[in-house]
Ligand binder design. Sequence first.
Ligand code: HEM
Length: 485
Amino acid sequence: LPLPPGPRRLPILGNALDVPTKDIPGAFRAMSEKYGDVVYLDVVGQPMILLGSHEAATDLLEKRSANYSDRTPSPMVEIAGFSWALTLQGYGPWWRRHRRAIHQFFNPNAILGYAPSQRLEAHRFALRLLDTPGDFLHHIRHFFGSSIMRISYGIEVDEDPVDYLTMAEDTLAIFSSVFVPGKFLVETFPVLRFVPAWMPGAQFKRDGKEWVKTVYKLVELPWKCTMDAVNRGVAPPSMASGLMENIAGLSAKEAAQEEEVARNATAVAYAGGADTTLSTVQTFFLAMASYPEVQAKAQAELDAVVGPSRLPEYSDQDSLPYINALVKELLRWRSVVPTGVPHRSIEDDEYKGYFIPKGSIVIPNIWAYSRDPTIYPDPETFMPERWLKDGRLNPDVRDSETIAFGYGRRSCPGKHFAMSSLYMIVSTVLHMLSIKAPTDPEGKPIPLSGRMTQGVIAYPEPFECVIEPRSSAAEALIRATAVEF
Ligand code: HEM
């Protein structure tokens, strides 16, 4: 069978020079438009398959998940200190044990138990926005980091002298900048990992030493803190303390392994959860400041369903179709993980008459699927209406959740938690506050660029907006409700 079509390959280098380094999702989309749904690239002998449509991604990564759920072993995983992160682990029993540990605490039933904490954090968040609206980007980071820290480790970041939030931020910044496909030559030529750190061109090794220190602080410090609390019998319920309960009765060797899984899985839930959802919350502020008419419609729905005397609850969610549509549109409009986390095939395969060699890196272009104009007309416009029909969510529109969270057995295990957090934040903030673009000296709104950063995880580039209470009654309600603060 022939290989899938793709750009002409050079001797030895293959398509190494065709792999984009800037605007990766856009450049990949251009290749898919030129060569078709399945594109083949050879990066110095490493086969790479670019999937141009959601259908192709579903066919391979979802329906043939048993063959397409591996990850590419990269020397950078070890060099940058990420061997513990299940996101980058190969498919197999070790990965499965980590995945099971996360599932135990982030399955749809388990997350019901986090509702009170998520609600409280949303109220505190609204209060912070009221008091210091100019710091909204900081508040978003703080809000999400503190709620996931409580769930993962039972640690209250406001009461703890250690700056865990900065630790997670630094770790994710390293992750996001390092794991861009093709960024480091050592990935293409693994033998370079043996180059001594002092040699010219081995900057990655010098950086790696610093990265490892930062990354391991995140894995070790909160874990140690929670284990101290467990040993003293004062640990509040959390994923870390809950997983340690599984260890009772195991042999010493098994217990040590299980503790490693528990430590790693908790760290990945914290690190993976804190920054991704945060990007979508930033997108929410960007969208509301850019589309005042959408904001007005969402607030009219909240006024009608929730009313002025209380804050939104989870029990209101089914009666708030416009809010649910708005959350789906956030995931579609700005992709948090634009080219997903690449999968790898385990065995040779055949698809649409083409040969897919084993060991291929397989890339879903989440960003491109989310703006397919045949599914989402006028894709650059933020339009919650596209998800609705006769005042209800339209099940015939391809759900952005099936794209944004990845595919098959590697799809995001934090999806349900992310969705329920987003609902609570969006509904609470819109019920209480108004978000506007900043204005120029003549009072005209200054358009926001809406650009995203580049990297594995994408965030809106820093922007300003004006946040005010919707009314004095709304302000009084937040102040009265967030009393625990
Ligand atoms: C809006 C929020 C989020 C988005 C858009 C998102 C997106 C993604 C995507 C695209 C992947 C790769 C899936 C694939 O390989 O096909 C992924 C993996 C992952 N996510 Fe999320 N995620 C979000 C929130 C979270 C949260 C809250 C957690 C916390 C538990 C989390 C934990 C993980 C983990 C551990 C993986 C690796 C799974 C594996 O390799 O088996 N994510 N996520």
